[in-house]
Design a binder for this molecule. Structure first.
Ligand code: GLC
Length: 430
């Protein structure tokens, strides 16, 4: 939805740009993707061992919150319940929750408290699906989708009764944890084709009624686009949009949600980890297109962020410690950047940021900026960058660049690339 049209409090979201997604539950004990129950067609009985062995004895949400803060993240979104139906908080509506596991404690409340202490905004992911609830109809993506006897035995399930549970738990989350800044529902699939039966969507969830309740209980909350209603923010998942996302030709608020390695939940044997520098370039690219990045960590069954996640969070945090003002409060520029570069722009400070994804040899040429820049510096060390406007009538000579457009500004760069993941030049516009 266009930010100005949304009833939500979107100002902080558009300023802060960068958040932490957390996928944590009993699938973290299985340690092979959060869809393990579905992928391996595990029955409730077969899945119970992960409930019975949920004992995150090293869980310290203060450490999680500090890592997120130091990573430069400004909000977090945590899976209160994922598709397997397991709940992190002490819901009155089910026994399938952390307080009934051997751990015996609510793990959501201390997390919310810890992240608030580090001044991060609070977001709740809540799965619309529930592969454990007795009234959630078996459908073509259910773990027991191929078990004909199971499907027959459970064919009278009433999705309206499940919707009551879904709404009831949403009410718990939005009334028991103080101010909630983001409500992140996941996901609707009624428009996807299946060999039999159908996926579920807004009629099953009673999405209009649910959204009205959410807005009534938390008036400023940002709601995503997965109720099969437009919502306040579009949520491209595990891909990088080519530009500012649009709905019906209108630019909308958008947030890319991505993983470090292709799995949302902890996946011990996964080797597909993205490089820290690429993650930083993705953050830059996202903001250069007016978007937010929600980057995921899947804590393990002991309640810890694994070293591979911490390494990446700290690399991003170090880059943001020095370059944060080229991200926070910034958005897309209408100017076209040179090759292998991105622009971000802060309209409040009227500063343009040139992110150099590849370090050019000696010069970079900025079309349209001649006469518009008062001063230029490398952001990492505030060292001056000299600027030149070349007379287009001057032919390029043996050792002097020439030609080009009259409105081109040439920046003179050191040969040595700054020792940072993405060098940034801060341009103070007139
Ligand atoms: C997809 C996955 C789900 C994950 C979500 C995050 O919907 O099914 O496991 O939580 O993406 O956006």
């Amino acid at each position: 939805m266009n930010p100005s049209a949304s009833p939500a409090d979107t100002g902080w979201f558009l300023h802060d740009r960068f958040g932490l997604f957390i996928h944590w539950g009993i699938y973290s004990v299985a340690a092979r993707h959060e869809w393990v129950k579905q992928r391996e067609r595990i029955t409730d009985e077969g899945y119970q061992k992960y409930f019975d062995h949920f004992y995150p004895d090293l869980y310290d949400p203060a450490l999680w919150a500090r890592e997120a803060k130091n990573a430069g993240m400004k909000y977090f979104v945590v899976t209160t319940k994922h598709h397997d139906g397991f709940c992190l908080w002490d819901s009155a509506l089910t026994d399938y929750k952390a307080t009934r596991t051997p751990w015996g404690k609510d793990v959501l409340r201390p997390m919310v408290d810890a992240f608030r202490r580090e001044d991060l905004k609070v977001g709740f992911y809540h799965s619309l699906l529930d592969w454990h609830h007795p009234q959630f109809p078996v459908d073509p993506i259910h773990p027991q989708r191929d078990d004909l006897a199971y499907r027959e035995a459970h064919k009278d399930r009433d999705v309206r009764l499940y919707a009551e549970y879904l709404h009831g738990q949403t009410r718990e989350l939005l009334t028991q944890f103080g101010k909630v800044d983001v409500m992140w529902f996941d996901f609707s699939y009624s428009r996807r084709p299946y060999p039999w039966g159908r996926g579920k969507g807004k009629d099953d969830w009673q999405s209009e009624k649910l959204l009205a309740m959410v807005r009534e209980l938390q008036p400023g909350v940002i709601v995503n686009d997965r109720l099969e209603l437009q919502g306040d923010v579009k949520t491209p998942e595990e891909y990088q949009p080519r530009g500012w996302m649009e709905v019906n030709g209108q630019r909308v608020m958008w947030e890319a949600c991505q993983t470090f390695n292709g799995s949302w939940g902890y996946y011990r044997d996964n080797l597909d980890w993205r490089a820290p520098d690429e993650l930083i370039r993705t953050l830059v690219d996202t903001v250069s297109k007016g978007g937010n990045l929600l980057l995921n960590v899947g804590p393990n069954g002991r309640g810890e962020f694994e070293p591979r996640a911490i390494e990446r969070l700290r690399a991003i945090g170090e880059w943001l410690r020095v370059h944060g003002r080229s991200i926070y409060g910034c958005t897309a520029s209408e100017l076209t950047p040179p090759p292998d570069a991105r622009f971000t722009y802060n309209p409040q400070t009227n500063r343009l940021y040139l992110h150099l994804m590849a370090w050019p040899y000696k010069h970079v040429h900025l079309d349209g900026l001649a006469g518009r820049v008062e001063y230029a510096q490398l952001l990492n060390d505030a060292s001056e960058i000299h600027m030149k406007v070349i007379d287009p009538r001057q032919e390029a000579e043996t050792i002097t660049p020439g030609g080009g457009r009259p409105d081109t500004l040439m920046l003179e760069l050191p040969i040595q690339r700054p020792a940072v993941a993405v060098p940034v030049i801060e341009l103070f516009l007139k």
